[in-house]
Design a protein around this ligand. Structure first.
Ligand code: ADP
Length: 309
């Protein structure tokens, strides 16, 4: 559906995109994650025909974004981050302006259909100055769908929204997925990427440094889990034995009146039974055990050295 090959973008000598290649399949939600300045906006700008690449190609359904931007525009809908709505108009009027700009057939009924879809019918007569952040975002989503695009770009779709409004937008995005839409979304929220995206690309300094399903990124072994065990006491030889496992990176002993053992491992599933065996062999008992898997945020920090939040 989307094919990006060796994209490079320079801004006056500054390399904003450095040989970026990837593809997105029909019906997928593809996430772009990266710290500020990673090149996400530039990349989306090229795909949405707003920015010209220095070299490389990007094609949407086989159409080159540089050669035929108009054809591409009819295939895509863009939910921008900046709330680019006309504040003098009400919700319905904002939609109608867009419908006319796209030459949509039966603009009035199409607008009503979309207002109903995002649950804004009751408020469509209100000036958008009276809209909450969540309502503005819904209106932007509805507006991006005016010409029934096959591909939707969402730039930070839930930025600045309260948790309830965020979940409402997520539901909407998942509904579009059910309808077979293809989506590219940029986000700062790891939970958003984890919940919504089929695949994510982590970008840093103009490059894709890692790409895959959220599951794959978390499980790939680049990340370690923490296994926490509570015991009455522990002996040094037990700690040494555990530390000798190939996958174990570090063992910490914390005294809290009881003993807490933190085992940092690249393969918790394999090590947990082994650790328990060692402890039992020494006549000791585990009272509690929990294992914390790495989050997508951990993976991100590991790859970029920066936190997103
Ligand atoms: P992101 O969206 O991941 O924050 P951007 O694509 O906005 O990243 O920026 C990538 C790099 O390109 C940054 O160093 C940024 O300062 C630079 N950049 C982006 N847009 C322009 C522009 N119009 N002119 C000059 N430099 C730009």
């Amino acid at each position: 559906m989307i094919h990006v090959s060796q994209l490079v973008k320079y801004y006056n000598g500054l390399k904003a995109l450095d040989n970026v290649s990837f593809h997105v399949m029909e019906g997928e939600i593809f996430g772009l994650l990266g710290p500020n300045g990673a090149g996400k906006t530039t990349l989306v700008g090229i795909l949405t025909t707003e920015v010209k690449p220095t070299s490389g190609t990007a094609r949407i359904k086989g159409i080159d974004v540089v050669n035929d931007p108009l054809a591409v525009k009819h295939l895509i809908g863009v939910v921008p981050q900046h709330r680019s709505l006309d504040r003098k108009l009400n919700g319905r009027e904002n939609m109608l302006v867009m419908a006319r700009a796209y030459g949509v057939k039966n603009p009035k009924s199409r607008v009503e259909e979309l207002l109903a879809l995002v649950g804004l019918t009751d408020r469509a007569d209100n000036g958008i100055r009276q809209y909450s952040g969540g309502m503005l975002q819904k209106l932007l989503v509805a507006r991006a769908l005016i010409h029934d695009p096959e591909i939707i770009f969402l730039d930070e779709p839930s930025l600045g929204l309260d948790p309830q409004a965020r979940i409402a937008i997520w539901d909407e995005i998942l509904r579009f997925k059910d309808e077979g839409k293809t989506m590219i979304l940029t986000t700062h929220y790891m939970e958003e990427a984890d919940r919504l995206c089929d695949r994510v690309a982590i970008m840093n300094q103009g490059k894709i440094v890692k790409e895959g399903t959220p599951e794959k990124l978390k499980n790939e072994g680049i990340m370690r889990s923490v296994v926490t065990l509570e015991l009455k006491r522990i002996s040094d030889d037990v700690v040494e034995e555990i530390a000798e496992f190939e996958e174990v990176e570090e063992v910490q002993v914390i005294e809290k009146g009881f003993t807490e053992l933190h085992v940092y491992t690249h393969n918790a599933e394999k090590n947990i039974p082994q650790i328990i065996k060692i402890i039992q062999r020494h006549g000791l008992k585990v009272y509690r055990l929990r294992s914390q898997e790495p989050s997508l945020e951990d993976v991100f920090i590991n790859l970029t050295g920066r936190s997103l939040t």
